[in-house]
Design a protein around this ligand. Structure first.
Ligand code: CMX
Length: 443
């Protein structure tokens, strides 16, 4: 099956132009310095080193994410919507991430239809998932489900048949369409199998990609469908340096196909300092509420948070490696909560946390960003609609993050992004560099 849609035709024009432009640009500016690297960056997880190109989105430390230059309020306003007043379909955002151009309503409808055609998950993939224990973490199930679909990779097949390099992006795009089409089906299956009676709810072809995932999970609520759209849109892309996106890019740089890339990326997303914080944060909130028998006062939040820190744990949902302000994705979800569940006790608790935790973290003196990140609000909204299984939250994050990773992968293959291979140094070498720098300063 090959897509014959406006999005692909647009990419077919854009990709060669991007490639020529960048090849020329690099040739003419190869030795221009972009950044300097200090020892605390080498030893500190490469924080802030400017060394990864990414055009799909840019994360400003104060303003937050912009998708192809557009802020979250702007994409919500400008992207076509599946229903009047609804949140736009995340696939409309995927179009924007891929091309940099706001799609027309017709282009989004065509994309939704193309994705619907590819949504059938092969039986052996479902069987592979059925063979796993039901209580294995849902992220393991998702990662295995994605990896199992590698059998169908157009990229891998064509590569083995000698595909020309300038066709790589096309095969990557075809695989990405199929992967995105099937991800909500797999996620909903994992949900129903792990927490419900395991029956599969067939897709409703009248619904868009995101709302269909809500439907297949068995949550029949129009507001939750809108939350699904919002959630899948907000978590899609956060430049290319975060653990999941970077893993996807790195694995893809070896010309591994999108199934290998996304499966690997999901494994990184499953870490508590990254996507698992969604689950950890809601669990933290629930134990806080349990400890005080309902919505805690601000003083009680403070007391509980102090105990968490004293026990040597982080406060999940707070802090960020790049952001130095409240995450606009948190703000967008808070606005949703204010509209649909202002009196919800968990929502109120999250509000009290916002008042108390930032000054506490600031007082520690070492936390660079005391403000909430996206994960501080997510679980609270899910709970309100009965999606109470916190282990599942990172799966929804993963479905969303696949939008950004696939968009970045198509770009990477289009412009021939090369094999990633940073240079490592021994810690003794770093000590020698530091000693030389000391001598040079003293002289
Ligand atoms: N609670 C307590 N301490 C925190 C903290 C928090 N929420 N955030 C940072 N710190 C601590 C760090 O652990 C570190 O302490 P040590 O020096 O003792 O190791 C110190 O403050 C400095 O860290 P930082 O430079 O401010 O933050 P990092 O870039 O190293 O880490 C992050 C960023 C997100 C891992 C960290 O803020 C954290 O652990 N937050 C809680 C987990 C979380 O919400 N993760 C989700 C992030 C969003 C996402 O990717 O989904």
């Amino acid at each position: 099956m090959e897509a014959n849609i406006e999005l692909k035709k647009t990419l077919a024009k854009l990709v060669p132009a991007w490639r020529t432009d960048l090849q020329q640009f690099v040739k003419e500016n190869a030795h221009v310095k972009v950044d300097e690297v200090a020892i605390d960056q080498v030893m500190g997880g490469m924080r802030d080193i400017k060394s990864l190109p990414c055009d799909t989105s840019y994360l400003d430390s104060m303003e937050g994410i912009r998708f192809r230059g557009f802020t979250i309020p702007e994409v919500r306003e400008k992207l076509p919507k599946p229903l009047p007043g609804a949140v736009p379909s995340p696939l409309a955002l995927w179009h924007l991430l891929l091309t940099g151009e706001m799609p027309t309503e017709a282009a989004v409808l065509e994309l939704e239809a193309e994705v619907r055609k590819r949504a059938e998950v092969p039986a052996f993939v479902m069987d592979a998932l059925r063979a796993l224990p039901k209580d294995i973490h849902p992220m393991v199930q998702l990662s295995i489900g994605v990896l199992a679909m590698q059998k169908d990779s157009v990229f891998a097949k064509k590569y083995s048949q000698g595909m020309k390099r300038d066709e790589h992006w096309d095969a990557m795009f075809e695989d990405s369409l199929t992967l995105l089409a099937r991800l909500p089906v797999i996620a909903a299956f994992i949900y129903r199998r792990s927490y419900k009676d395991g029956t599969i709810i067939p897709a409703d072809n009248k619904l868009d990609w995101a709302a269909n995932m809500a439907h297949m999970m068995g949550v029949e609520n129009k507001d939750y469908q809108n939350l699904a759209r919002l959630y899948l849109l907000l978590h899609s892309d956060h430049e290319s340096g975060n653990v999941s996106a970077h893993t996807g890019l790195l694995v893809g740089s070896a010309l591994s196909d999108i199934y290998y890339s996304v499966s690997a990326a999901l494994n990184g997303l499953a870490g508590p300092l990254h996507g698992l914080a969604t689950q950890e944060c809601l669990n933290w909130i629930m134990s806080l509420m349990k400890a005080y028998g309902g919505t805690p006062t601000k003083e009680q939040v403070e007391e509980y948070a102090k105990k968490t820190l004293a026990d040597g744990h982080v406060i999940p949902g707070y802090g960020h490696a790049v952001l130095r302000n409240t995450d606009p994705r948190y703000v967008a979800q808070r606005e949703f909560g204010e509209k649909y569940m202002p009196e919800d006790p968990i929502f109120k608790t999250v509000g009290n946390m916002f008042e108390v935790i930032p000054p506490m973290l600031r007082a520690l003196g070492k936390v660079k960003n005391p403000w909430p990140n996206v994960d501080a609000m997510t679980g609270c909204l899910q709970q309100h609609y009965g999606v109470t299984e916190t282990d599942f939250y990172t799966v929804i994050f993963g479905v969303s993050r696949a939008l950004g990773i696939t968009a970045q992968a198509v770009w990477a293959r289009g412009v021939y992004f090369p094999l990633e291979r940073p240079k490592s140094v021994t810690t003794q070498m770093l000590k020698d560099i530091a000693a030389k720098a000391k001598v040079a300063t003293a002289a």
